[in-house]
Design a protein around this ligand. Structure first.
Ligand code: ADP
Length: 398
């Protein structure tokens, strides 16, 4: 069964075509600058060269048409015609409290995703555009929605409620939802496989450290707490997002700088985090290089970011009353040995010991704690697309 996985953003559309008989990726790519000047499709067939097709894409429907054309092309395609696409799995960012797992998409589900849009105004409408465009172009192909929030719906109330008037939860659904759920679910399940233990018996902290970053406490295979909240702004210090701050800072800075709430939110989302603290870059590779050269601005950003992750990991060890494994994933978690090392050092009091030699690698599935470490330390490259395709296969039952 060949499954098309779609991750639709407001101006981009990432895709993978996966053969679910052996979970091999047949092709992947991204349509960029949709509805913007300079739109292009980058398409890579498995084992072949990446090709770039520059063509105007006025909307997402045109983008999906181009994806299908690339997948079925005589020159660089991987399937004969689009009838080989037997199912489509869509990443959807916010499923609110309604969706606790992935679902087959029908009109009612589309309406419910629309109803969650005020919780994720940048993401859900874009996800819906992708769903509707596929519905037009592949009308008879079953589609599944896989939500970033769903894995965290197992959190207990004490973890998801804020210290705010309870009526805001009742009236508006103001609570912690958490994101990156598909990644946390994949990585925690894979960790159990690597450690050769049932996930039900493990207490795991997953550190998903990319441009967006979050920690998740996974107890017995279920998310019991996570660092992102009502929106993906809370928690860790990210590429350009502040993560946790004293909420009173917002009014304080607005008064001092004479800026509006929209400008302030733009500062918190786009000008803070690694970029804001370092005044160098939002990309941690520049921070890594700076630290190696003794640059104090880079060192400052490195220190505050790692400290914040370690604080969350420590808090989650308390929340779960124990810790069996800490796992690193996403761009930074997979590729930065120094970040992994420094975060793990904060957890030595739990009996975590890193094998420094074993930790010298980028982007591999590996245990890098010592044999006598009481807590296992691992790197597990995330694979949200595969998780989406697996859910799709299971729900569509082809
Ligand atoms: P997102 O998907 O949230 O946009 P990623 O998971 O791609 O983000 O992570 C981006 C971060 O990972 C950046 O800070 C970048 O510096 C870091 N990163 C990605 N690839 C590498 C690499 N090969 N070496 C070092 N750091 C990397």
């Amino acid at each position: 069964m060949k499954t098309l996985v779609i991750n639709c953003g407001s101006s981009s559309l990432k895709y993978q075509l996966i053969d679910m008989t052996d979970e091999s990726v047949l092709a992947d790519g991204i349509a960029e600058m949709i509805a913007i000047e300079g739109s292009r499709l980058k398409h890579k067939p498995e084992g072949g060269d990446k090709i770039i097709i520059e063509e105007p894409m006025p909307d997402h429907q045109k983008a999906i048409e181009m994806v299908i054309a690339a997948l079925t092309s005589d020159d660089y395609g991987v399937i004969k015609d689009m009838s080989e696409i037997q199912a489509v799995g869509h990443r959807v960012v916010h499923g609110g409290e309604k969706f606790k797992s992935s679902v087959l998409i029908n009109d009612e589900v589309i309406q419910a995703i629309e109803d969650c849009a005020d919780l994720a105004p940048l993401h859900n409408p874009a996800n819906l555009i992708g769903i509707n465009a596929c519905k037009e172009l592949l009308p008879n192909v079953p589609m599944v929605a896989v939500f970033d929030t769903a894995f965290h719906q197992s959190m207990p109330q004490k973890a998801y409620l804020y210290g705010l008037p309870f009526e805001y939860y009742n009236k508006y659904g103001v609570r912690r939802y958490g994101f990156h759920g598909t990644s946390h679910r994949y990585v925690s399940a894979r960790t159990a496989e690597i450690l050769g233990k049932p996930v039900e018996e493990l207490k795991i902290v997953v550190c998903h450290l990319g441009n967006g970053a979050s920690c998740c406490a996974v107890d017995g295979g279920k998310s019991v707490d996570t660092s992102m909240g009502l929106t993906p702004l809370e928690g860790l210090i990210m590429g350009t997002r502040s993560g946790d701050i004293d909420p009173a800072i917002i009014q304080f800075i607005m008064d001092k700088e004479g800026i509006s709430i929209d400008e302030m939110m733009n500062v918190l989302n786009k000008k803070s985090g690694v970029l804001g603290v370092s005044e160098i870059s939002s990309d941690f590779r520049a921070i890594e290089d700076g630290v190696a050269e003794g640059d104090k601005d880079a060192q400052r950003a490195n220190d505050v970011c790692n400290y914040r992750v370690a604080k969350y990991a420590g808090a989650y060890a308390a929340a779960m009353n124990g810790l069996d494994a800490i796992v690193f994933t996403a761009g930074l978690g997979e590729n930065n040995p120094l970040v992994r090392q420094e975060i793990c050092e904060y957890l030595e009091f739990l009996g975590l010991k890193v094998d420094k030699e074993a930790n010298k690698f980028r982007s591999k599935e590996r245990v890098f704690s010592t044999a006598d470490s009481k807590v296992a330390a691992l790197c597990v490259p995330t694979n949200e697309e595969l998780m989406i395709a697996r859910d799709t296969k299971e729900i569509v039952k082809l």
